[in-house]
Design a protein. Structure first.
Length: 123
């Protein structure tokens, strides 16, 4: 799916710190924990709790956030629709990575089992 340049630039410039509280609120409203959220983020990107806190404090853009990330090779197994986009068809790599994270947070909030969210992985 083609995304326009304006949309891609908006995604690149958005900070993780500005979105993170929304992730927490979304999953906690549905009875999930911040620890589970961090487990999902660690699986996708490789950042531990300390690194996440540093990223939040630095107010890193998603562009820098994902440049520093070690994206899980199984991220390509993340499929489905989030925010009106089919994640596996997004043509801009950064926008796709942001939507991967959004999709995992959405799955967590919807009560999916952690094993399914982490695409069969145990960590």
């Amino acid at each position: 799916m083609k995304t326009d340049e304006k949309h891609n630039q908006r995604m690149a410039n958005m900070t993780f710190a500005s979105v993170y509280p929304h992730y927490v609120t979304k999953i906690e409203k549905k009875g999930r924990t911040k620890e589970e959220l961090h487990q999902v983020i660690k699986w996708l990107i490789g950042f531990d709790d300390k690194q996440l806190q540093e990223i939040i404090a630095e107010k890193l853009s998603f562009e820098t956030f994902f440049q520093r990330a070690n994206l899980n090779p199984n991220a390509r197994l993340i499929t489905g629709v989030i925010c009106g986009y089919r994640v596996e068809e997004i043509d801009n790599p950064l926008t796709q990575q942001v939507r991967y994270l959004d999709k995992l947070v959405d799955e967590l909030a919807k009560g999916k089992k952690m094993e399914k969210i982490l695409r069969g992985s145990s960590n």
